[in-house]
Design a protein around this ligand. Structure first.
Ligand SMILES: *Cc1c(COP(=O)(O)O)cnc(C)c1O
Length: 386
């Protein structure tokens, strides 16, 4: 059976050229980048070239990029690093209700350490209102963290406006750009952002490597204490193959971002338009200010998980904001923040597209999905009651 992967927001396949670029750094070029001999210098050189490429992807300077073990570490580093280094100045942080767990959880942790955190609400499209950010600022605010685009519903946040407010008030601004780096253009020469998180495996690079952009002059503490790596901001021997792979992935993404964005937007819109033809469906997230590869719909009266299992039987891999089987009965915090009822949130289906997605794949999904919906609704007590 043909298998169709539509879960690119969860992770992407590593690009073959990325695999090729990484390969020599596992065995032939294995030197420790901190060693001064030729083996070490080779590895060091490879890291610095990768750093240039990652910096170039987002319009940063080489020395402003710190490699991490992924997007989660970059988010933790940004939030805890700024909080710790600036707590004499204040102890208030502003974020949103729809952030990734990698931002929400460090914020919750900081609440146990005496920090106060404001979780801003979003509108029905998942949009943070910059006026709400302005209103939430107090003389104790040291950090604002609002994601660039949401991983579940694809809504792209007004980070330029929010960044301007932050910089006007002299408050650090962090954005989780894990879903946008390599997918929509980012230029930190113009964007008023102080800290920005990225993850290689969301842009056709390897898992377990990411980066935090730290604008020159930001007061931070180190994330790991140990050796002098990464200008003493992140100790531990560098993941050389991973970093090399991230660099290659960033280079490829940079050259393809515009074209791929256009191609995927067409496929995305076709999927959305046709799925919404099924009765009692709704689009989650913003209709136009959304990631080019993100489709998120609620198909009322059925469980997202039943849809996923049935799609999987037909070879289609998607995802849902419903988490019935995984201990928690709570549907996604993101969908609830949009104001959806738990039932409608449980009925969500996320299809995220990427490099391998073809028009034929989209047609196949559209051919298969209505039948699955019909079958599941006939079995659904909620639908019968309607
Ligand atoms: C995937 C993701 C992360 C976590 O990145 P990892 O590299 O998997 O740790 C953080 N934020 C967002 C928005 C993501 O989509």
């Amino acid at each position: 059976m043909k298998r169709i992967y539509m879960d690119y927001a969860a992770t992407t396949p590593t690009h073959p050229d990325v695999v090729k670029a990484m390969k020599p750094y596992f065995a032939d070029m294995f030197g420790n980048p901190s060693s001064i001999h030729s083996f070490g210098r080779e590895s060091k050189e490879a890291i610095e070239q990768a750093r240039d490429k990652v910096a170039n992807l987002v319009g940063a300077r080489n020395e402003e990029i710190v490699f991490t073990s992924g997007g989660t570490e970059a988010d933790n580093f940004a939030i805890k690093g700024v909080a710790d280094a600036n707590k004499k100045k204040g102890s208030h942080i502003i974020t949103s209700a729809i952030e990734h767990h990698a931002v929400i959880e460090p914020c919750k942790f900081l609440e146990t350490q005496g920090f106060k955190v404001t979780y801003l609400p979003v509108d029905e499209y998942g949009m943070v209102n910059p006026c709400d950010v302005r209103k939430a600022i107090t003389d104790k605010t040291i950090l604002i963290s609002i994601m660039h685009a949401n991983n579940e519903i694809g809504t792209i946040e007004p980070i330029e406006e929010i960044g301007k407010i932050a910089s006007e008030k002299g408050i650090y601004f962090h954005t989780d750009a894990v879903q946008t780096a390599g997918h929509i253009p980012i230029n930190l020469k113009e964007l008023p952002v102080d800290l920005l998180s990225m993850s290689a495996h969301k842009l056709y690079g390897p898992k377990g490597v990411g980066a935090l952009y730290i604008r020159k002059g930001v007061r931070m503490i180190s994330f790991m204490h140990g050796g002098d790596q990464e200008h003493r901001r992140r100790a531990s021997t560098e993941n050389v193959p991973g970093i090399v792979g991230f660099g290659k992935a960033a280079e490829i993404a940079k050259s393809e971002v515009e074209e791929e964005r256009k191609r995927l937007t067409v496929l995305r819109d076709k999927l959305i338009k046709n799925i919404l033809q099924i009765e009692n469906t709704r689009l989650n997230g913003h209709p136009s200010l959304r990631l080019p590869n993100n489709v998120n719909v609620s198909v009322e009266f059925i469980e997202g998980e039943s849809m996923l299992l049935n799609l999987d039987l037909m070879g289609i891999a998607g995802s849902t904001g419903s988490a019935c089987t995984s201990s928690a009965l709570e549907p996604s915090h993101v969908l609830l923040a949009l104001g959806l009822s738990p039932e409608v949130a449980h009925a969500s289906l996320r299809l995220t597209l990427g490099s391998e997605t073809t028009a034929g794949d989209v047609d196949y999904v559209l051919e298969v999905l209505p039948g699955i919906v019909k079958k599941l609704r006939l079995m659904s007590p909620l639908y019968k009651k309607k």
